[in-house]
Design a protein around this ligand. Structure first.
Ligand SMILES: *Cc1c(COP(=O)(O)O)cnc(C)c1O
Length: 372
């Protein structure tokens, strides 16, 4: 059994992917070839965003969004601590300060009360809060009604880091249509992954879209050799775009399959473990199916028993960012981040992908019932 089975997906569409790769080799437009535009159009058709702009990876997508929002020294960017490092990494690289806030114990996404304390604390430190980066952790959309209310009342901008959440839905709103920018990643293990690195940004704002198109190609102006701003080189390879066109075509079906696996897990496991909580009106893209043991049980012992039974598991994430060497010095919610610290010590994730057979699901479920 695989934790994430990319081979099963490849088998399903191998002929189509082979044909796509052959087409790119035929036309030779390896950089910004026609498949890049084709994918961007298909991404917008899928999620409803006005502008879909691909780039080299999900980290660059965040960095490009911050550049377009002119984030710089003296500013604070609020983000969760219980996330992948890329969410915060892009902030100090522009000279701004990440301020870490706590997460909700049920959804693992930003706790709005902690966000408010983080904003007040940033001001007290003499920083200007400018942007909130919310994360759709494990595929579940963040608490956008509450976050948007705070963002609007404080006059901030919102970036939705949906690297894990593309395909998710928040009260009828698709991931990709929320925030001043939404970003995603096509890293192979994400719900919509390619065969290497890739990423995208989504925005409704025409001017912002033009800025991103410039920043991702060295800050180009109307003329290729008249650069108007300091940009970077962050394009999605044509080959990856071609592969993604075929993967996007089966993505809706894959999301349904992931949701079916999650439902089966939850109904069989919620009496022995704390299973994921999906608030009413939200749809997760199930990047991970993450559980935590009940009081008194050891995560490590359970993971060890599962391993013996042939069931792979993983811990996302064993340490919140504010406890990691590179991020220890940055400010946090002055009340501390007790929830992030507690869940990082407790959570683990079960095998989750669209091709997990009923037999394998049963094996996971019975192995857990045997050891918990
Ligand atoms: C994977 C991930 C990223 C970064 O994506 P890359 O394509 O690997 O650069 C950013 N944020 C979150 C929450 C992620 O999970």
């Amino acid at each position: 059994m695989q934790f994430i089975d990319l081979a099963a997906q490849q088998l399903r569409i191998k002929d189509k992917i082979d044909a796509r790769i052959a087409q790119v080799l035929e036309h030779g437009g390896y950089i910004m070839g026609p498949e890049v535009g084709e994918l961007e159009t298909a991404l917008s058709a899928f999620c409803g965003a006005k502008h879909s702009l691909t780039c080299a990876n999900g980290t660059d997508a965040l960095l490009l969004a911050l550049m377009a929002l002119n984030v710089r020294t003296g500013q604070a960017v609020l983000c969760p601590s219980f996330t992948f490092a890329a969410t915060a990494e892009v902030v100090p690289s522009l000279g701004a300060v990440p301020v870490f806030v706590d997460c909700d114990p049920d959804t693992y996404n930003i706790d709005p009360a902690s966000l408010e304390r983080g904003i007040a604390h940033a001001k007290a430190l003499g920083l200007k809060p400018t942007v909130v980066i919310s994360v759709d952790l494990f595929g579940l959309p963040a608490d956008y009604d509450a976050i948007e209310e705070i963002v609007v009342s404080e006059g901030l901008k919102l970036i939705s880091d949906s690297a894990q959440g593309f395909g998710g839905v928040y009260k009828g709103r698709q991931s990709g249509t929320i925030g001043d920018f939404c970003t995603t990643s096509f890293f192979p293990a994400k719900p919509l992954g390619c065969y290497g690195d890739g990423g995208a940004l989504f925005t409704e704002d025409d001017e912002a879209a033009e800025l991103i198109k410039s920043y991702r190609v060295h800050g180009k102006g109307g003329h290729k050799y008249d650069n108007q701003r300091i940009g970077m080189n962050s394009r999605l390879d044509t080959l990856q775009a071609a592969i993604l066109c075929e993967k996007l075509a089966i993505f809706a079906d894959e999301l349904e399959r992931r949701n079916a696996v999650a439902q089966r897990y939850s109904s069989a496991l919620s009496n022995i473990l704390t299973t994921p909580h999906v608030p009413d009106g939200l749809v997760s893209s199930w990047a991970q199916y993450t559980v935590r043991p009940r009081e008194g049980q050891s995560r490590e012992a359970i993971m060890e028993s599962l391993k013996t039974a042939g069931v792979p598991t993983a811990v996302y994430y064993p340490l919140p960012l504010h406890m990691q060497t590179a991020y220890k010095g940055f400010p946090t919610d002055p009340n501390g981040l007790p929830v992030s610290e507690e869940i990082a010590a407790k959570v683990f994730s079960l095998p989750m992908h669209p091709y997990l057979t009923a037999q394998d699901q049963d094996k996971v479920i019975s192995a857990l019932h045997d050891c918990v």
